[in-house]
Design a protein around this ligand. Sequence first.
Ligand code: KG4
Ligand code: ZN
Length: 333
Amino acid sequence: MKTSGRLVLGIETSCDDTAVALVQSDGTVIAAQTASQTDIHTMYGGVYPELASRAHVDKIIPTVQSVIEQSGVRPSELASIGVTRGPGLIGSLIVGVNTARGLGDGWQVPVIGVNHLRGHLRSAELEGGKVRYPAVVLLVSGGHTVLAFMQDVTTIVRIGTTRDDSVGEAYDKVARMLGLGYPGGPIIDKMAVDGKVLVRFPRPMMGQGLDFSFSGLKSAVSRYLESEPGARAEDVAAAFVDACMDVLIGKCSRALAMYKPASLVVVGGVAASPQLRAEAKKLCHGNGVELCLPPLKWSTDNGAMIGLAAWDYLSKDIRLDASPNTSLSIEDF
Ligand code: KG4
Ligand code: ZN
């Protein structure tokens, strides 16, 4: 099959967003659409996997159709379809992968399975963003909290990871404890602005290496709420965010000292946090390192980052079978 087209169709269905985009090799996004499932999962305070895959089935074709129609692009203009093959929820991944394969067969366009985490790593170069390499990357999402060293666009070494929960998961669980809905990140961040740090929650693994742990912090918030039932949600949110920032920025600071990169890249859903953006800016300013952040709308899951990562696979001639794999690491293609 030919790969001479000028666009990649990126398809992302690893979790609770049905996201599709058309992307050029330089990161220009021609059209993009995301069907969010927030309304479905809010009442559960987290993603309900069976409902997520069913919603993907309903939304995937209309979302692809809308992106194709918005752009006026013909399938013959596609170099490939890049689709998330993992990690993620198996039922959700299967919907994206099977749809991509069907479209690829029908349109005679090659289909490339893409690692969702590589998609996040590349999100900072969408729509004009430029990352200076080598880079230290902090990937903070609902499913992952990882530090990586990127020598260049495709050479990635994992240098730190969470031993238990991800930071996004901790945000979501604390929001659920406070009865605030899902996703917890944006709600907690907003509340924290109006709160005071009246308690110092633990900073797990702060003094050791580049790995993270967030489950002890989450439990500490839970115990605090039991012992102080009258605590203001705003104050609890402020103390929780304060602990998260200390840990995330402390680990980034150590990674900058160890790897001496040209830039720090912060990506993933939690990179939408204004507090994290501000703290990362201070850190980079103090270290003379460039800070690279994706535009807000490309921080959370989207199809454009998968499309851009697929271009990397094409340039390296890596044509992975689009079979779902729930356990990919950041170093895998
Ligand atoms: O990258 P993402 O969209 O999906 C995964 O790959 O997991 O990240 C979702 C996570 C959720 O845990 C959500 O609470 C968190 O990102 N999040 C935020 C913000 N917006 C989303 N966390 C902190 N502050 C935000 N503004
Ligand atoms: Zn993600």
